[in-house]
Design a protein around this ligand. Sequence first.
Ligand code: HEM
Length: 143
Amino acid sequence: MDVIASNSDLDAKEALVAATSFITNTIRTLIYNPKTPNVGHASDNDDKLNQISLSEVSLHDLPDDCWIIIYDRVYDVTNFLDNHVGGFDIIMEYAGRDSTVAFAGHSNLALSLLKQYEIGILPPHERIYRYPGTLKISSSLPE
Ligand code: HEM
């Protein structure tokens, strides 16, 4: 058996690799290009917000000083804890942390309540959802 690949085998392999990489790059460009419509969530509002880092948020993890992160925005929900229909303790589990996944599924009413507690946004390098060029994974981000 011939263990050394012939030139034509190599050519075919190289052509396949080149074709795969072309297709991958094209898809990547279409998806990640910030100018592609409906991609990325960065809004003009983001620049106007106070930037608060994850480590700063983590210091506010007490019932009388409770900050949480939802879709990269930082909320001081200290005064909301006692009014939460889902209970005080469930929010406290996320005090000082990201609670986006736990929050997802709330009603539009809950989304609209968030604004009054908003105190800032994560710095760009710590954002997951509101970054130009990221995939649009949810249509219900609070503005
Ligand atoms: C740590 C994040 C949060 C978690 C894990 C959480 C969890 C829950 C759960 C489990 C319920 C369901 C109650 C039930 O049906 O028995 C609920 C309801 C509710 N929560 Fe939260 N919550 C969080 C943060 C918030 C925040 C920050 C707000 C608004 C500022 C909010 C507003 C509401 C409202 C209005 C309801 C009533 C149902 C609805 O309209 O979706 N929650 N929550």
